[in-house]
Write a protein that binds this ligand. Structure first.
Ligand SMILES: NC(=O)c1ccc[n+]([C@@H]2O[C@H](COP(=O)([O-])OP(=O)(O)OC[C@H]3O[C@@H](n4cnc5c(N)ncnc54)[C@H](O)[C@@H]3O)[C@@H](O)[C@H]2O)c1
Length: 310
């Protein structure tokens, strides 16, 4: 039974994880050698706590159940689950794993939040590589439910299942990555969209603002409710996805041949950034983000109340 979670690395993502586990009633020990890390983490959790209260705290959930230590061994010694969210460098992650393994129980799962490194890279040289898994969250990780879970060449399948079951028990939505791929799954889907969005701006097809509008007031509204395949199925009427793919597939295949590729140099950045600046001119960006986060929580509350929304 998992009662105690260790958070190794308490930056943006580690702080989100700490908040998530505290809100779900766990005791949490965090470690981070950064200057002022403890104060920053406690302030971060205080700021995020009202959102967690609104989303619903588990029995016994309390910010008082957070402890902080500068000693990685002390942080992981009594842990039942370890979430590593240190800097995104393979050598640093491997050193962190060595520090964790020197003190943690041999059978405790170590989940890495890494966005871009493979678990096979991270687990190389570990004493017990079979318990090292990917547990990739999305920012803000105390609010967004998705966690992508997978293993490396040396991970035992049973430990992937255990990690998935654990995250699920804390209210996360979990998907399994069956084969290691660069960037995992959700970020690859995002890159496919960004690649084409950048290309459309470069080709002069539409402005940055209009492309943002196309998603945020168009298909993006549906994507937060059902995924791309179920939305496609819904577009097919009684014939569903089979009909729609037979009917529109050939045209989509044709369009796909015309899609842009990711720019090889950084020349494109200036035009995209100035488009964003123009789009933001009439707005207060800080307030925009506050409103977005409020809406995000309202959306999640609404989604939870609907029995047939997966
Ligand atoms: N930022 C995102 O949107 C995002 C999303 C998903 C996953 N991730 C992944 O999460 C991980 C952390 O990213 P972040 O954005 O929180 O970075 P960050 O720079 O905000 O945090 C990293 C933290 O690790 C600390 N650290 C450095 N050495 C350490 C050590 N020896 N022991 C413990 N802590 C140490 C740093 O002081 C820092 O606070 C990365 O692997 C990243 O790929 C990031």
């Amino acid at each position: 039974m998992t009662n105690h979670v260790a958070i190794v690395g308490a930056g943006v993502i580690g702080a989100g994880w700490a908040t998530h586990f505290l809100a779900h009633g766990f005791s949490v020990t965090a470690t981070d050698p950064g200057e002022g890390a403890q104060t920053r983490l406690r302030e971060w959790i205080d700021d995020a706590w009202p959102a967690m209260e609104r989303l619903g705290l588990a029995n016994g959930a309390s910010r008082d159940r957070l402890t902080f230590t500068n000693d990685i061994g002390a942080a992981v010694r009594d842990a039942d689950f370890i979430q590593e969210s240190g800097p995104e460098r393979a050598d640093v992650k491997r050193a962190l794993i060595a520090g964790i393994e020197a003190a943690a129980r041999d059978d405790v799962i170590i989940a890495s939040s890494s966005s871009g490194l493979s678990i096979s890279e991270i687990q190389a040289g570990a004493k017990h590589p079979e318990r090292i898994v990917l547990g990739h969250p999305f920012n803000p990780s105390h609010i967004i439910p998705l966690v992508e879970v997978g293993g490396g060449k040396l991970t035992r399948a049973e430990n992937i299942e255990k990690a998935m079951a654990f995250y699920l028990s804390t209210g996360k939505k979990v998907i399994r990555i069956n084969t290691e791929v660069k960037g995992h799954i959700a970020n690859r889907l995002q890159v496919a969209l960004w690649q084409e969005a950048i290309s459309l701006v470069q080709r002069g097809v539409a402005s940055v603002e209009d492309i943002d509008t196309a998603i945020a007031w168009g298909p993006g509204l549906r994507w937060a409710l059902l995924g791309p395949f179920l939305n496609l199925h819904a577009s097919g009427g009684s014939g569903g996805i089979t009909h729609v793919l037979r009917h529109l597939g050939p045209a989509q295949r044709e369009w796909s041949r015309d899609l842009g590729t990711y720019p090889e140099t950084d020349d494109y950045i200036e035009s995209i950034a100035s488009g964003v600046e123009k789009e933001l001119q009439p707005h207060d960006f800080a307030e925009m983000l506050r409103q977005r986060d409020r809406l995000l929580i309202e959306l999640m509350e609404a989604k939870r109340g609907l029995s047939q929304i997966p």
